[in-house]
Design a protein. Structure first.
Length: 351
């Protein structure tokens, strides 16, 4: 009986010892495995490199010149960075309207978006002069103006407000599309014309003789159908994208504003991008903008023919009466630098 008791006790001791050894081994393996995973993760990040993703947001459709420019930008950035710089495109206001996305950018979100200088004047009033009526006669003149020391100072003022301009790209020259014929400012009297929600566009259209009616672009078609507005003004590709030609009859080539828009990001976010990738972002942006300019020129030429084929009556007019009617619009903006219009005109003429 005593021998059996000792044997039973020895067996229990042996089992307990084995269990201790097994548990210790598992603990050691687990610790080793955990350390191995951490090291592998670190090595993987080192070897593969980090992919820097930037959201590119805009209101235009993918087939518009801006949309094609953005796609070219994405391709060039991927190619020249060997895949380290990834641009994710968000067309058609997927991330919100212009104001919403600009707020996102300034707050530090990883987004770059289109901003018209008529909107940026909310931050730096002098920026609005770049969308003043008839300030230039062509997109080329506007791009040249953006190479001057004056523009560089404007760029720095925007930076002080937390806005970094990455590059500029042409959006187009704005014209009128209406339900009845318009060839003079008098023809616009009493007509409600859709414009963007900004003071420069409103003051310009009112000075041209019409009644500026800010309306979301997405509501334009139904607004025209229902008679809430009598027409709209926009670059030709934008008029086409909103199918304005389906619910109007006349296109008047007023050319009242020349729009080159900025791709902007918040200063805090732009400063966080590695310098080499930021250089690639800017260089490829400029290259893509040149491509977008060529696409825009082709689209404008083709659209004139298409509009005519669809039954739109096109009016090539004497724009002098419209220039005369709008020559004092800049005086409505008391927060702009005095004599800014004259200064910019001198810069344009000297180029």
């Amino acid at each position: 009986m005593k021998i059996q008791t000792i044997t039973s006790w020895a067996l229990k001791l042996m089992i307990a010892t084995v269990l201790i050894i097994v548990v210790s081994a598992c603990s050691s393996d687990s610790s080793s495995s955990s350390n191995s995973t951490d090291n592998t993760g670190d090595n993987s990040a080192e070897n593969d490199g980090d992919v820097h993703t930037v959201k590119i947001a805009y209101g235009q459709q993918p087939d518009e010149a801006i949309g094609q420019m953005a796609e070219k930008w994405r391709e060039l950035a991927d190619e020249k960075s060997d895949g380290e710089l990834e641009l994710k495109l968000y067309p058609s206001s997927q991330l919100g309207d212009e104001a919403d996305v600009i707020d996102q950018a300034i707050s530090g979100d990883s987004v770059i978006t289109i901003a018209g200088y008529d909107y940026l004047m909310n931050y730096v009033p002098d920026a609005g002069i770049l969308t003043a009526p008839y300030i230039v006669d062509s997109i080329e003149e506007m791009l040249n103006l953006m190479e001057t020391d004056w523009y560089e100072e404007l760029h720095e003022e925007l930076s002080d407000e937390g806005i970094e301009v990455i590059n500029n790209t042409p959006l187009g020259i704005r014209h009128l599309m209406t339900d009845t014929e318009v060839t003079t400012p008098e023809d616009l009297k009493g007509k409600k014309i859709r414009v963007p929600e900004n003071k420069m566009s409103i003051e310009t259209l009112n000075a041209m003789g019409g009644s500026a009616t800010p309306t979301p672009l997405g509501d334009l078609y139904t607004s025209l159908q229902q008679g809430l507005v009598d027409g709209a003004e926009n670059p030709l590709p934008s008029l086409n994208a909103t199918k304005t030609q389906e619910v109007t009859d006349h296109l008047t080539l007023t050319g009242h504003q020349t729009f080159v828009v900025a791709w902007i990001g918040g200063s805090d976010y732009i400063d966080s991008i590695p310098e080499d990738l930021l250089d690639i972002l800017k260089e490829t942006g400029e290259e893509a903008s040149e491509y977008g300019k060529e696409v825009l020129e082709e689209q404008e030429s083709e659209l004139l023919n298409e509009f005519e084929e669809e039954g739109i009556e096109i009016h090539e007019i004497d724009t002098e009466p419209f220039k005369e009617a709008t020559k004092d619009v800049n005086e409505e903006f008391s927060d702009m630098t005095p004599d800014l219009y004259e200064k910019v005109q001198e810069l344009v003429d000297s180029e």
